[in-house]
Design a protein around this ligand. Structure first.
Ligand SMILES: NC(=O)c1ccc[n+]([C@@H]2O[C@H](COP(=O)([O-])OP(=O)(O)OC[C@H]3O[C@@H](n4cnc5c(N)ncnc54)[C@H](O)[C@@H]3O)[C@@H](O)[C@H]2O)c1
Length: 251
């Protein structure tokens, strides 16, 4: 499905972290379904090569933690495409490090990218979403939003915070018709997980942990992000949605 007839025809979205993995899959699916999309990622990550030639995509290369990032991104959507309906806060970083070795700078960086930038960009997006009579914010939380994991204390902290932030935003923004939900993927094949997955024991653990018997693909997450962007999800807000092959409930 594409263009006029797509499920997102007429909608404008921002997707951060769109150069690779889950964000790239979400941006590609939104475009395929007729949305116009501001795609964003760090400079030099291949974003312009991937999406730059499309009339329905605008590339904004910026670090989401930059002071000016929220205004740049929302202005790109409103200025180039006339408004904003969907914000996908996907950009994120992971770090495998023992708790007692994690430095202040590492902790602050992971919270800055995974949490503070989500807070700031969402706040900036509210007036534009209100101006359309409502919209959808989709935040990338994690299976680690509800549990811990070895070498992942800072990451798990940040993803618990994303889930809490999403719930708080859903409560405060409901009166504007703005829905806010958190996606909680399990282990998904991307650049983020590949270094962990190179350890056969780690990979086998996650394949066995998921009763559906495999590691997920970015497209498994993108289809849920598509649903949340459509009006079919009109009464879904404040949810944390597991996309993990039941790994999170398999003890
Ligand atoms: N892969 C998994 O198993 C998994 C599981 C649960 C949740 N997640 C979450 O999904 C989201 C996407 O991760 P992914 O697995 O696709 O990883 P990825 O590394 O493939 O993609 C993340 C993207 O975010 C971008 N990014 C990182 N820091 C940035 C910054 N400061 N400014 C702008 N862009 C930045 C990266 O350049 C990259 O393109 C993340 O929030 C991640 O925590 C991933």
């Amino acid at each position: 499905m594409s263009g006029q007839g797509g499920k997102l025809a007429g909608k404008v979205a921002i997707v951060t972290g769109a150069a690779s993995g889950i964000g790239e899959a979400i941006a590609a699916l939104y475009l395929e379904e007729g949305a116009r999309v501001v795609v964003s990622d760090l400079p030099g990550g291949g974003l312009a090569e991937r999406f730059g030639s499309r009339a329905d995509a605008r590339v904004v290369e910026i670090d989401v933690t930059a002071d000016e990032a929220p205004a740049r991104l929302v202005q790109a959507a409103v200025g180039e495409f006339g408004g904003l309906d969907v914000l996908v806060n996907n950009a994120g970083i992971a770090m495998g490090k023992a708790f007692e070795e994690t430095t202040d700078a590492e902790f602050d960086r992971i919270m800055g990218v995974n949490v503070r930038a989500v807070f700031r960009l969402s706040r900036e997006a509210v007036p534009a979403l209100k101006a359309r009579g409502g919209g959808s914010i989709v935040n990338l939380a994690s299976i680690m939003s509800g549990t811990g994991g070895p070498m992942l204390s800072a990451y798990a902290t940040s993803k618990h915070a994303v889930l809490g932030l999403s719930r708080g935003m859903a409560v405060d923004l409901g009166k504007y018709g703005i829905r806010v939900n958190a996606l909680q993927p399990g282990s998904i094949w991307t650049g983020m997980s590949r270094p962990f997955m190179n350890d056969p024991a780690f990979r086998e653990y996650w394949e066995k942990k998921a009763p559906l018997g495999r590691i997920g693909d970015p497209e498994d997450v993108a289809v849920v992000a598509l649903f949340l962007a459509t009006d079919a999800a009109r009464f879904v807000s404040g949810a944390g949605i597991a996309i993990d092959g039941a790994a999170g409930v398999n003890f």
